[in-house]
Design a protein. Structure first.
Length: 478
């Protein structure tokens, strides 16, 4: 897979190219749907008569489908123009949204979510690779700050937006409201979108696609089985083991295909130290963010008695702050580099998640709001520099591979985090119930342990942040 978009003169410094602005707008709309169902999980459980473990798959299946499709987008984007890629991606997303809105059963809803994800997956690599080509290096931090709105803030705002919509009626409204908005964005984008390169012939290794899907999907599905009860533990171990083996096969196949120049995912990107460190930090950051975003609505609605609207309003300030800070953090990165942002950001992430391990039935709501806001600010200070630093640490011919790998592992980490927190919480709750605790006490204990696990994982981000260079292009990246 070669660079998807041909080289062209960079835009003037200080201006965001129109094609990037259009792609950011569309990406914001489609990625918002990654987490828009989180707040609806309690409603889905009642409406469709499903368990908590099953309900969380409306988010997990979306993320896993993205992880499976994103590696294919490099090949796809080579074969179509920018306008064609945009039209196909948004068209597929609209079909998935319509199917989800009229889904008669949980199984059909899952299919609709997977179709949505297939369209969403094309937008992220298209946006990232386009940005790296048309934006001059000295201006990338500022522009990437705006991109953060789409890639990071949209998932953060998902629960807040869904809380407002759910107050008006059924969970189906989540899709009914999104459908016309996405349709208008699609029509507007097609009128204004420019082609910035010519399509070229390319090949794809379908066995790699199949093995990657089985591997990453197996890991997360196997983990989710641990929360279903003691009878599923053995099956969970087997599925996780099979998933890990499939990923090993995928890695070996990519190493072999690199000799012919046709890998699905070029693992030589991992030889660039700054990119690899950024990849680790971003993956853990998304795992922590999605894990917290799954736990908070369950805590606020099931244990504190808040409505979906009240839950959405409580978490909305954090998402808005994250969005407003994106451009400012991007400008600060251009001026000061990464370390003054990433190191404090990773520490703030650990502090906020550590404090959430003390949730109780009497914790003041202003404390919950403040801790959530601290988490969102910390993630904003981490994500924008990481995106820019990691991609900037790669040579131009690896941009498409780098954006595909970042997008894929981001979604796998988020899906893994979702399954992990639900599994830990469910297992601990079941154990406490067996010991004689009340249902409320047992669920609170399960939630605390889940936050402990996420907080412990986030400590790794501090160690990684301390190793990152202040700017891309250090000797370790050569």
């Amino acid at each position: 897979m070669t660079t998807v978009i041909e080289e062209r003169p960079a835009a003037k410094a200080g201006r965001t190219p129109a094609v990037v602005r259009l792609l950011v707008l569309a990406t914001f709309v489609v990625i918002l749907n990654e987490t828009i169902m989180i707040n609806a999980i309690p409603r889905l459980m009642d409406s469709l008569h499903i368990t908590e473990q099953s309900a969380q798959w409306v988010s997990t299946a979306f993320m896993l489908a993205m992880a499976a499709v994103i590696p294919v987008t490099g090949w796809f984007l080579q074969r179509v123009t920018t306008r064609q890629a945009y039209a196909i991606a948004m068209g597929v997303f609209l079909v998935g949204t319509a199917l989800s809105a009229v889904a008669p059963s949980f199984e059909v809803l899952l299919v609709g979510r997977i179709v949505q994800a297939a369209g969403t997956a094309v937008m992220m690599p298209l946006l990232m690779t386009t940005l790296m080509i048309v934006v001059p290096e000295q201006d990338r931090g500022r522009v990437m700050g705006n991109v953060t709105l789409a890639i990071s803030v949209a998932p953060a705002l998902g629960p807040a937006v869904s809380g407002l919509i759910l107050q008006a009626g059924s969970w189906r409204l989540l899709f009914v409201v999104v459908l016309p908005i996405a349709g208008l964005v699609t029509l507007f984008g097609l009128r204004k979108m420019e082609n910035i390169g010519e399509p070229a012939a390319g090949s794809i290794d379908w066995p790699s696609v199949a093995v990657a899907t089985l591997g990453f999907g197996g890991l997360v599905y196997g983990l989710s089985l641990f929360g279903e009860g003691h009878g599923s533990v053995g099956a969970g171990i087997g599925v996780v083991g099979a998933g890990a083996a499939a990923i090993a096969v995928f890695v070996f196949r990519q190493l072999r295909l690199q000799r012919t120049g046709t890998p699905l995912m070029d693992l030589r990107t991992l030889k660039h130290g700054t990119f690899t460190l950024s990849l680790v930090l971003m993956s853990i950051g998304f795992l922590a963010m999605l894990g917290a975003m799954i736990l908070l609505p369950l805590y606020l609605q099931n244990l504190r008695g808040l409505s979906p609207l009240e839950t959405g309003l409580l978490v909305m300030p954090g998402g808005l702050i994250m969005g407003l800070l994106g451009p400012t953090i991007g400008k600060a990165f251009d001026r000061f580099g990464s370390r003054p942002l990433i190191v404090p950001g990773s520490i703030g992430m650990v502090v906020s998640l550590g404090a959430f391990t003390q949730v109780s039935a009497t914790m003041p709501f202003w404390v919950v709001l403040g801790l959530h806001a601290l988490l969102m600010v910390s993630l904003a200070a981490t994500f924008t520099p990481c995106f820019t630093l990691g991609m900037g640490g790669l040579p131009a011919h690896l941009y498409s591979h780098g954006s595909s790998m970042l997008g894929t592992l981001q979604q796998v980490a988020a899906a893994f985090g979702t399954a992990l927190v639900v599994t830990v919480m469910s297992s601990r709750t079941t154990a406490l119930l067996a010991e004689g605790s009340s249902p409320a006490q047992a669920q609170m204990g399960g939630m605390r342990l889940a936050f402990v696990v996420v907080a412990a994982l986030s400590v790794v981000t501090v160690a990684v942040a301390l190793r990152l260079p202040n700017r891309a292009g250090s000797p370790s990246d050569d």
